[in-house]
Write a protein that binds this ligand. Structure first.
Ligand code: CUA
Length: 343
């Protein structure tokens, strides 16, 4: 009983600690405008995940309030009033209590599992016939998007038509990644040698931030993507553009000089520009200039960023396998002009 006065001497700290805990908890939410928020869902899958989250939050809040009320009753009703009175009967080791407080959480978890498991099955069920198929392939550290029925291959920017079901068939060429666009719904692992699936219908046009959600090596945090949800007309126009071969720069232009650098350098070993080169290791560059970002989605696609990236990719994205290019400033400028002309 010697240590008790110390404990009792400190209640003044408790409100401060409580305020700190509440403050820290509030920093975890409230940022509805965060690009990675799941609280403003933009697809049926997103709505389902959000509904389950709210449902569980309501149950948890009720459970929390009941537990706190019981705790307060116990604290005040059974506090020590008279040190001379013997302590109440001790119930340590009671089999009945142990069974009860094992069963209650089991029942609660079962209730949480029902809607969760149902949603997991529903969102990877056989897609409807009119669904747009997209093969989503994880690489260290960028996402490739193939549209097998449209003959299109792109990277980082995932274009989707609003209101049409999409079947994302997710795989990986190296390690386990996890595909996740927070406003469009839950994440799903990209596993080498197998295909996982998300079936969803985006319901609002816009650009949504995505982030690999499974630790996959040095640049896991730099493995990002964008879902570009657009009107059916805009999507059709994008598809038509993407089906064209890579642009041929006019003779004598800086881009034409860049094409020569591209052809004579190491680029063609790894990259495809349809009609020009057929490398299969790095992203397809046929319409590179139309993409919003570079380097796995971490930098805006500007000439300055692209020059940095072309020179020393591993400095921009640690672990990148794109080798350092021994190019003169003029060659870099030309190469950048060529790549950006591939719209
Ligand atoms: Cu890919 Cu983390």
């Amino acid at each position: 009983m010697e240590s008790e006065p110390t404990l009792r001497a400190r209640p003044a700290r408790i409100p401060g600690l409580f305020a700190l805990a509440v403050g820290l908890a509030l920093t975890g939410c409230g940022f509805l405008d965060s690009p990675a928020t799941t609280l403003l869902p933009k697809s049926d899958f997103g709505q389902t995940s959000h509904r389950i989250f709210l449902q569980i939050l309501r149950w948890d809040t009720a459970i929390f309030l009941v537990v706190q009320a019981l705790l307060l009753v116990a604290i005040f009703r059974f506090r020590e009033r008279d040190p001379a009175v013997a302590p109440p009967r001790q119930v340590r080791g009671s089999a009945v209590l142990e069974i009860i407080w094992t069963l209650i959480p089991a029942v609660i978890l079962t209730f949480i599992a029902f809607p969760t498991v149902a949603a997991i099955f529903r969102t990877q069920a056989t897609p409807p016939k009119d669904a747009l198929r997209v093969k989503v392939i994880g690489h260290q550290w960028w996402w490739e998007f193939q549209y097998p029925d449209l003959g299109i291959v792109t990277a980082t920017d995932l274009h989707l038509p609003v209101g049409r079901p999409v079947s994302l068939e997710i795989g990986s060429t190296d390690v386990i990644h996890s595909f996740w666009v927070p406003p469009l719904g839950g994440k799903r692992d990209a596993i080498p040698g197998t295909t996982t699936r998300i079936v969803l219908t985006a319901d609002t046009t816009g650009e949504y931030y995505g982030q690999c959600a499974e630790f996959c090596g040095a640049s896991h945090a730099n493995m990002r993507h964008r879902a570009v949800v657009e009107t059916p007309e805009a999507f059709t126009a994008w598809v038509a553009k993407q089906k064209e071969p890579g642009a041929t720069p006019p003779d004598g232009s800086p881009a034409a000089a860049g094409l020569r650098v591209y052809l004579l350098g190491t680029c063609i070993g790894c990259h495809t520009v349809r009609g020009v080169s057929g490398g299969g290791i790095g992203p397809d560059l046929t319409h590179f200039g139309s993409r919003r970002t570079i380097a796995g989605g971490i930098l805006p696609n500007t000439p300055e960023n692209l020059a940095r990236w072309v020179r020393q990719a591993p400095l921009v994205k640690p672990g990148s396998i794109m080798p350092e290019q021994k190019l003169s400033d003029a060659e870099v400028t030309a190469l950048v002009a060529y790549l950006l002309s591939l719209r």
